[in-house]
Design a protein around this ligand. Sequence first.
Ligand code: NAD
Ligand code: FE2
Length: 351
Amino acid sequence: MTDRGVVEAGLLDCVSGVLKKASIDFVVFDKIEPNPTMPSVHEGADLYKSEKCDSIIALGGGSPMDAAKAIGVKATHEGDIIQYTRRGGKPVQDITPPLIAIPTTSGTGSEVTRFSVLTNPEEKIKMVIATPVITADVAIVDPALTRSMPPSITAFTGMDALTHAVESYISNKATTLTETLAIKAIELIGTNLRQAVANGENMEARSNMILASMMAGMAFANSSVGTVHAVAHALGGYFNIAHGVANALMLPYVMRYNLIACPEKFEDIAMALGENVNRLTEMEAALKSVESVEKLSGDIGVPKNLKQLGADPNRIEDLVSESEKQGAYNLSPRKPTRDATTQMFRDAFNA
Ligand SMILES: NC(=O)c1ccc[n+]([C@@H]2O[C@H](COP(=O)([O-])OP(=O)(O)OC[C@H]3O[C@@H](n4cnc5c(N)ncnc54)[C@H](O)[C@@H]3O)[C@@H](O)[C@H]2O)c1
Ligand SMILES: [Fe+2]
């Protein structure tokens, strides 16, 4: 299970070559789109069944990995895949095929998470299947596969990983274990993302980024993401905006709102991002974390304004309503009010 961009980058050959050498039969499904949709999951599952497959290899970014998880569910369960999302409520049985996940972006951490994020193209909303049953059995995490990512995809996916780490670190469900993974991921991203964007051949930066992405994935899968992901999913569903860029743009607004809930944690984030917080008050130091994220976004070319991404400011009301329905909405340390979320979107449209 992969996508055209991954095939065009020559990465499929890395896997198919190994399979051919080992005389393992395989069939390729490469029609998964960014922000994968339910119809392509159904198509992939039909192919899986007609070819009598017995296991799945996902090769790509979060889109192919998430779609592959859902294809495994659809191929073994009755009815529409939508029923098995959180909103659908039907439980997934432990009968899904074995899954090997091979990430080619350093962003989602989907290779180690129990989530599959799908878009319902009719309603234009993102829905999540969340169950340990769909977690990959094996993850092959090799930085060489991320070398071909162009600077923009490196930047956006890297900011997704940073968002996972930050939201996990401040999450109400954080534990010592998830905090340890998250803060190290933040430090690795702060010291390697610019370099990976500037020079994709810098394999030390690439290695540290895929490591950070995986660690951030382990962190949020065991704590949670929060309001940034809720608003980013609303944007991704309505306007088909890439997940990483939606997160990157909204992250500073949500961080600023959460600042007073746990300034000591934001101070840690500022320090992990290399900010000097000596002689600052706790709140001043906490604010440095937001400024540091804004500097990073600026350096790597993240757009500043939601209009630049094709989002429509007349839909703010709908975006807020959809954000409120997302599972992650209330998991940040400061509960967002409707007014606060509206203001975050307004600010992001007027930046
Ligand atoms: N399951 C989870 O836990 C989780 C977490 C966060 C996000 N997501 C979901 O993951 C999806 C986003 O995944 P993504 O950000 O990794 O992007 P993606 O998988 O959508 O890929 C983006 C683009 O990059 C190209 N690409 C991928 N690897 C490449 C490489 N090595 N060289 C050249 N081009 C390459 C792809 O062809 C595609 O065009 C969204 O749907 C998001 O909601 C899932
Ligand atoms: Fe994400």
